[in-house]
Design a protein around this ligand. Structure first.
Ligand code: FAD
Length: 329
C-alpha cells in the first residue's frame, strides 16, 4: 500500500511527487501515457503570468512564491540529476499594457517595478526554464528519490468502499492508497466529478532556429510572445483555441506566428521553423486554479486547472498540497 497516489505526470504531478517524497511520504505516480509529454512539454516556460494584473490573488500568490524558489530549485535538480533545466533570468520586455492604471496599482501592491526600455517596460526579474528539460530532469529526480512511476496506465475512477476513497481503478488494475492527488491537467474532468469543469484550451507554438544574441529578452506584445533559449532557438506563441482535444496544427497559425516574430525582429526573417506543435492548457470556467481538498472526499486532493501558468506555479502548488497531506499523516 502506498501512502499517496498522484494521478498525472506533468510538471504539477512530478513537482508534487518530489515535494511529498522529500517530506517522507511514499508516492506512486500514475500516467495514462508517458510522463511530461503533454502541456508541460508544450508550454513556453515563462516563469510569470503574462499580464499578472489580469489574474486573481491565488494565481499571483502561487506564482510569486514559486518565482522566489525557482532558481535554487533548478540548481538543486541539476546537482542531483546532472540534467540542466536551463533556468535563465532573461527578463521580459512588455511592449503593451504595462503602464495602465491597473498594472501600476498591481506593481505597487507587490512592490515590483520595471525599467524603461526603448521598446516598452523591461521586467528584469522574470525568468524562463526550458520546460522539456525541466520535466526530463524532474522525472529522473523523483525516480532517484524513490517515487514509483507507472506509465501507460489510465485512471478511470476513484475506488470507493463504504463511501470512503481507498485508491483508484485503472485500465490495468486497482491501486490502493491513503491519499489521491489529482494532477491530470486538461483531462481532470474526464474521469472525476469536480465542482467546476476543467477543459482543454489548445495553444499552438513554433520554434525558429536562430543564433544566440538575436533576441535578448522574452518579448510580449498583444498577447503573443517570443522566448529566446540559450542556444539561439526562439519560441513563438501562442494561440488560445477552445476546440476540445484536437491536436492538429494549421499553416495559417504557423505563418501568423512567424510574421509576428519577424515584424519585431527582422533578423529572424531567414530563421528556419524547426517545429510547430500544440498543447492543452488545463482551463477552468472561473479561470482559477483548483488547489485543495475535494469537496466530497477528504483524502482526495486537487492540484489542477493551472491554465496558462502551471510551469510557473508548480513549486508552490506542490508545497501547499504537501502541507495539506503531511499535516494529517
Ligand atoms: C502553448 C502553451 C504555452 C504555455 N506556456 C506557459 C508558460 O510560458 N508558462 C507557464 O507557466 N505555463 C505555460 N503553459 C501552461 C502550462 O504548460 C500548464 O499549465 C502546465 O503544463 C499544466 O501542468 P499539468 O501537470 O497540470 O498538465 P500536463 O502537463 O498536461 O500533465 C497532465 C498529465 O496527466 C496525465 N493524465 C491525464 N488524465 C489521466 C488519467 N485519467 N490517468 C492517468 N494520467 C492521466 C496526462 O497524460 C499528462 O501527462 C503553456 C501551455 C501551452 C499549451
Amino acid at each position: 500500500m502506498s501512502d499517496c497516489l498522484i494521478i498525472g505526470g506533468g510538471v504539477i504531478g512530478m513537482m508534487s511527487a518530489r515535494a511529498l517524497v522529500l517530506s517522507g511520504v511514499k508516492v506512486t505516480l500514475l500516467d495514462q501515457g508517458v510522463c511530461g509529454q503533454e502541456s508541460s512539454w508544450a508550454g513556453g516556460g515563462i516563469i510569470s503570468p503574462l499580464y499578472p494584473w489580469k489574474y486573481d490573488d491565488l494565481t499571483n500568490e502561487l506564482s510569486l512564491a514559486s518565482q522566489a524558489v525557482y532558481e535554487q530549485l533548478c540548481a538543486q535538480i541539476l546537482e542531483d540529476t546532472g540534467l540542466d533545466p536551463e533556468y535563465l533570468k532573461s527578463g521580459l520586455l512588455m511592449m503593451d499594457e504595462y503602464d495602465s492604471n491597473v498594472a501600476s496599482a498591481w506593481l505597487m501592491r507587490y512592490g515590483l517595478d520595471y525599467q524603461t526600455h526603448e521598446k516598452g517596460g523591461l521586467f528584469t526579474n522574470i525568468a524562463q526554464v526550458r520546460n522539456p528539460r525541466l520535466i526530463k530532469a524532474l522525472k529522473a529526480d523523483i525516480l532517484s528519490k524513490g517515487v514509483k512511476i507507472v506509465e501507460n496506465t489510465q485512471v478511470e475512477s476513484l475506488l470507493l468502499s463504504h463511501d470512503k476513497v481507498r485508491g483508484v481503478n485503472t485500465s490495468q488494475q486497482a491501486y490502493l492508497s491513503d491519499h489521491v492527488v489529482v494532477c491530470s491537467g486538461a483531462w481532470s474532468s474526464q474521469w472525476l466529478d469536480l465542482k467546476e469543469e476543467i477543459f482543454p484550451m489548445k495553444g499552438q507554438m513554433i520554434v525558429l532556429k536562430s543564433k544566440p544574441g538575436v533576441v535578448e529578452h522574452i518579448m510580449l506584445d498583444q498577447g503573443r510572445y517570443i522566448i529566446p533559449r540559450q542556444d539561439g532557438r526562439i519560441l513563438v506563441g501562442s494561440t488560445m483555441q477552445n476546440v476540445g482535444f484536437d491536436r492538429t496544427t494549421d499553416p495559417q497559425t504557423q505563418q501568423s506566428l512567424q510574421t509576428f516574430a519577424v515584424q519585431r525582429f527582422p533578423d529572424l526573417k531567414r530563421a528556419v521553423i524547426e517545429h510547430h506543435w500544440s498543447g492543452f492548457r488545463p482551463a477552468s470556467k472561473s479561470g482559477k486554479v483548483m488547489l485543495g481538498r475535494h469537496a466530497e472526499f477528504d483524502n482526495v486532493y486537487l492540484n489542477t486547472g493551472h491554465f496558462r501558468n502551471g510551469l510557473n506555479m508548480a513549486p508552490e502548488s506542490a508545497k501547499r498540497i504537501t502541507q495539506l497531506i503531511t499535516h494529517e499523516t
